[in-house]
Design a protein around this ligand. Structure first.
Ligand SMILES: Cc1cc2nc3c(=O)[nH]c(=O)nc-3n(C[C@H](O)[C@H](O)[C@H](O)COP(=O)(O)OP(=O)(O)OC[C@H]3O[C@@H](n4cnc5c(N)ncnc54)[C@H](O)[C@@H]3O)c2cc1C
Length: 339
């Protein structure tokens, strides 16, 4: 019989990504006929445990203390290891995020187990759990099982509806953990303002910009500054997440005029990311990679292109607007602003 543990840093435990992973854990536990516990670590674990009080966990375990508040390999790994041992877990499930992804393999090694990241599905057959993940740049899906335990998993966002339940009062069992004195100290956090941060994983819409925005337009002019304003205005009004084709982000490295707010972090596709948003809108974009691979997990897809023969937009978009993206986005922004 498997023993499941849902594990998350306390500060992140009530995020959408985490609640989705919790729902996937509940589903797996029910398919296996197994119980699951919740393990949290951080400065204030009780508040997060209370938020999850009604999730049906058999136990709530927590490593608590100010030294566990900050993201740091040594303290995160020590806390996760202590929680896995205290729960005697055979399958450990955590939401993909910088903290869990960073310590996952190390903690599995310390426990003599195995780890898998980028998990996009959990299922059970014959009393054994199996996981799905994508290979070859999200082109093939594989389902795998493992005999080694514990099996530590980092679950991608968007694979299950987020768990919802009323907060309550969780009976939290304290787990002792005494990590070695940390050698690194967090002096502060420098984060982009919400408006400068154009990658928004929780957004309903992914807006993909292509190199066409920087190309000579039918009137013979290059209008990169107009493109920049149209896109930034749209992102501000719609709160969409910004993706880009490789051609467009590469222009920057070649010293050509381009959209200054883009970096390779925005790139979607075979050598970029494959984000999960309910909707996608590709603009001025012709490539195969953004349309087929970058959009792999986008629910409803639309494209705006001047090229009526773009096979990728025609073949992969649910709706293709054969139109000038400058004119369309200008109108869309005016409508959004009027709202
Ligand atoms: C190994 C490998 C990996 C790659 N990985 C990736 C990847 O991860 N992601 C990726 O994106 N690419 C990737 N590429 C590159 C990819 O094959 C394409 O070259 C690239 O995606 C094309 O970018 P684009 O569509 O922005 O530009 P273009 O091909 O230049 O297309 C621009 C389009 O904009 C249209 N346009 C111009 N003006 C307007 C306007 N006013 N209104 C509407 N439409 C307009 C044009 O008609 C044209 O169709 C990879 C290539 C290789 C070889």
């Amino acid at each position: 019989m498997e023993t499941l543990l849902f594990l998350a840093p306390a500060e992140d435990a009530l995020s959408k990504n985490s609640l989705e992973a919790l729902a996937a854990t509940q589903q797996l536990a029910s398919s296996l006929g197994a119980a699951f516990s919740v393990g949290l670590w951080g400065d204030d674990t009780q508040a997060s445990a209370d938020g999850l009080a009604a999730c049906g966990a058999a136990k709530f375990l927590a490593v608590t203390g100010p030294e566990f508040a900050q993201a740091r390999y040594s303290t995160d790994a020590a806390a996760a290891e202590a929680l896995c041992r205290a729960a005697a877990a055979t399958v450990v499930i955590g939401p993909s995020g910088s903290r869990w992804n960073r310590v996952l393999a190390g903690v599995a090694h310390r426990l003599g187990g195995r780890s898998d990241s980028h998990v996009t599905g959990l299922s059970a057959s014959g009393g054994a759990p199996s996981v799905s993940r994508w290979f070859y740049r999200q082109r093939m899906e594989g389902v795998l099982t493992r005999t080694q335990r514990p099996w530590l998993l980092a679950v991608e966002s968007g694979i299950a509806p987020a768990w919802q339940g009323a907060p309550g009062t969780a009976a939290v069992e304290a787990v002792a953990c005494a990590p070695a004195a940390p050698r690194s100290k967090v002096a502060g956090i420098e984060a982009l303002s919400a408006d400068q941060q154009t990658i928004r994983p929780d957004a309903d819409l992914l807006f993909v910009s292509g190199a066409g925005w920087t190309k000579k337009q039918p009137d013979g002019q290059v209008k990169t500054d107009v493109a920049q304003k149209l896109i930034l205005d749209f992102l501000g009004l719609s709160r969409a997440s910004l993706g880009s084709t490789k051609s467009l982000v590469d222009l920057h490295g070649e010293g050509q005029a381009t959209l200054t707010f883009l970096s390779h972090m925005n790139q979607v596709g075979q050598t970029g990311s494959t984000p999960r948003h309910p909707k996608g809108l590709a603009t001025c974009c012709h490539g195969e990679e953004p349309h087929t691979v970058g959009w792999r997990f986008i629910g409803e897809r639309r494209a705006i292109s001047l090229d009526p023969n773009c096979g990728w937009a025609r073949g992969k978009a649910d709706v293709l607007y054969v139109a000038d993206a400058f004119a369309v986005m200008d109108k869309v922004n005016a409508l959004l602003a009027a709202k």
